[in-house]
Design a protein around this ligand. Structure first.
Ligand code: BIV
Length: 284
């Protein structure tokens, strides 16, 4: 049978779309306020940041390590994380927007603050990955946010310390999301469903969270059933739920990578306070 979109569900969708539009600036005009992106310039130190001492010996007339031997290593290691300040600012900014989106979802503010925090901490990176699909383009598998300066490619995320083999699943995820060709209603419902996951660590009032999530999934099912063209709604709901599972494993990988990056970061200021609070502060 075909479920009907109830008036209340219509209103919910309209609220979510408005919440998303208010918190996702598709002109990306704020990006120039982040610390600027620094991309490897192709210099030897950049190309081979893992062997800074070897590189400096090979590229100079010296035949022994300089006395202040750490400086070369630090410069090279710093270069290795050259995109970290910019991407950390992008992610910190995005977390603020995700919080703004969450606060406009009916039912979120009614949760106790502790549960709001637990849900946000656990889902922030997943919602960022989901919302970023709007800037992702299959033309060159990049997140294109205006000018070339704000076009992010795999190599850029590697220069923030992420490993190539973990970035491949992220890009695959983006490509497969793009191929689902979601309506805006489906896109925002998926982000809200992701946020209201009752099984996140630390959630007290699981029943309340589950209730809201079920209401959201019911609305998504009804929306797909009545609004999505017959030819492509086949299995769409199932495919969307599968995306939530994939996000869990990307989240887990990100946590591990982030921990490593935050330990490797020479300049602790590279990581904004909000990032440390949401993803964890290993030096705290
Ligand atoms: O759409 O460890 C959106 C707004 C715009 C632009 C945008 C792009 C997102 C990108 C490109 C948004 C840069 C790298 C990001 C990626 C999404 C996820 C990835 C931010 C943010 C993350 C996570 C990598 C996951 C992985 C490979 C499994 O809001 C990089 C996170 C970087 C730090 O760990 C240092 C925080």
């Amino acid at each position: 049978h075909t479920p009907q979109l109830l008036e209340e569900q219509e209103r919910l969708i309209a609220t979510l779309i408005e919440a998303h539009r208010k918190t996702y600036d598709a002109s990306y005009s704020d990006f120039s306020q982040f610390r600027p992106p620094k991309r490897g310039d192709g210099s030897p130190e950049c190309r081979n940041a893992t062997n800074p001492f070897l590189m400096s010996l090979l590229n100079s007339d010296m035949d022994e390590l300089p006395k202040a031997s750490a400086s070369g290593a630090e410069a090279a290691a710093g270069d290795e994380l050259s995109m970290l300040p910019h991407l950390a600012d992008l992610v910190s900014y995005s977390i603020q927007k995700v919080i703004g989106f969450a606060k406009m979802i009916p039912g979120f503010k009614e949760l106790c603050t502790e549960d709001q925090i637990s849900l946000l901490k656990a889902s922030a990176i997943e919602i960022i990955i989901l919302r970023s699909n709007e800037s992702f383009t299959m033309e060159d598998n990049s997140w294109t946010c205006g000018s070339n300066e704000f076009k992010y490619q795999i190599g850029d995320v590697m220069q923030a310390g992420h490993k190539l083999e973990l970035l491949e699943p992220l890009v695959k995820f983006q490509v497969n999301m793009k191929k689902l060709d979601l309506h805006e209603a489906e896109h925002v419902l998926l982000m809200a469903i992701c946020l209201f996951s009752p099984d996140r660590p630390g959630v007290q009032d699981r029943c309340r969270v589950e209730e809201v999530q079920e209401h959201l999934t019911e609305t998504l099912r009804a929306y797909i059933a009545c609004r999505h063209p017959l030819s492509c709604k086949h299995m769409l709901y199932t495919k969307m739920v599968e995306k939530l599972t994939e996000l869990r494993s990307l989240n887990e990988e990100h946590s591990k990578q982030y921990l490593q990056i935050s330990q490797d970061a020479v300049n602790k200021e590279d990581l904004p306070p909000l990032l440390l609070e949401v993803f964890g502060n290993p030096t705290a």
